[in-house]
Design a protein around this ligand. Structure first.
Ligand code: UFG
Length: 331
């Protein structure tokens, strides 16, 4: 048995490949390297560079690796703000990419897929914490492209028997504790890496987007989860499908919310740096608060997140930032 990891050179994909290899699994990685980094991929995984929408290429990957019995799919674009400006880029790469992939999986008879979905499929939540059964009404093309992928999978399960697990992540932060792999986006738009770039001196100051939200300190509240714990959830989800279970969807978060100001304060404590910050206007499309109800993943998959402390999460990210101020260019 082997796992095919699509987008295995990206932030969460590379941590998952690493965990799979550590557990002794056979791992095949496909990544276009448009946003991923070859250096992020564990040396013990077999690597192919290519696009998942290229059916000839994907047929070759499956043909050369007949042990593949499950796919983990991370190969998508994920920036909310960019998706508002370039919706077709998201529907093409994310949604059309999924259609093409499912066609090839159906042809070659691989019938299990674990896929990165997102809290962005819920839109503006009506109640908190957010449960998997809550309404999914995305407020941006990114969330819509992922919701469409979930729906497509539902119908291909019924028609073609391709079983899926959709994992709806909340905010991902942190790096491998030994500092060898971490977060490297260009451009960087996420809160914690930007805070740590300011701490490391490679960025002048943090802009906090909005301080008049309906939250205790007026800044957005988010639920942070470490990529190691996400990786473990993917591995549990593959085993859940291998055990013959039905398709399902799970939230992955810590069930605890931190405001942007609380993240800044915790980062100042961890790094010992002043981290200058200013208040800036709201960024479009940010809901006040996003906190996951993630008891379903704990109960059904047996998921036990290890990183339940925001200071521990920030410490791992800080180690990566200090040793790789220019990301993978420093490896
Ligand atoms: N923020 C700032 N300043 C910055 C960057 C971010 O104040 O320089 C704020 C944002 O406005 C938001 C919070 O920090 O309030 C978190 O923003 P991120 O960009 O780090 O993350 P998002 O919540 O926008 O999105 C992330 C993923 C999405 C996913 C979502 C789910 O990028 O793919 O979490 O909660 F859908």
């Amino acid at each position: 048995m082997a796992v095919l990891v699509l987008g295995g050179a990206g932030y969460i994909g590379s941590h998952t490949v690493d965990r799979l290899v550590e557990k002794g699994d056979e791992v095949v990685v496909v990544d276009s390297l448009v946003t991923g980094h070859r250096a992020a991929v564990n040396d013990n995984a077999k690597f192919y560079q290519g696009d998942i929408a290229d059916k000839t290429f994907m047929r070759k990957v499956f043909a050369e690796n007949p042990a593949i019995d499950a796919v983990i799919h991370f190969a998508a674009f994920s920036l909310v703000a960019e998706s508002m400006k370039k919706p077709l880029k998201y529907f093409d790469n994310n949604t059309a990419g999924m259609i093409s992939l499912l066609e090839v999986m159906n042809e070659v008879g691989v019938k299990r897929i674990v896929f990165s979905s997102t809290a962005a499929t819920y839109g503006i939540p009506e109640t908190m914490p957010i449960k998997e059964t809550d309404p999914q009404k995305p407020i941006n093309p990114y969330g819509e492209s992922k919701l469409a992928m979930e729906k497509i999978m539902h119908w291909t399960d019924l028609a073609n028997g391709i079983k899926f697990v959709a994992l709806r992540y909340f905010n991902v932060a942190g790096a491998k504790p030994d500092g060898s792999i971490g977060e490297d986006h260009n451009p960087e738009t996420h809160l914690l890496p930007i805070v740590l770039q300011v701490a490391a001196g490679t960025r002048e100051k943090l802009q906090i987007f909005g301080d008049d939200y309906n939250t205790p300190d007026g800044t957005n509240v988010r639920d942070y989860v470490h990529p190691f714990d996400l990786a473990d959830a993917h591995i549990l989800a593959v085993n859940y499908l291998r055990d013959g279970n039905e398709s399902n969807a799970f939230n992955l978060g810590s069930s605890t919310g931190f405001s942007n100001m609380e993240i800044l304060k915790a980062a100042r404590e961890v790094t010992g740096k002043p981290i200058p910050a200013v208040t800036a206007p709201r960024r479009g499309g940010d809901p006040d608060t996003l906190i996951a109800a993630s008891d379903k993943a704990r109960k059904v998959l047996g998921w036990k997140p290890e990183f339940d402390d925001i200071h521990k999460i920030i410490e791992t990210a800080w180690k990566w930032h200090q040793t790789h101020p220019n990301g993978y260019a420093d490896r």
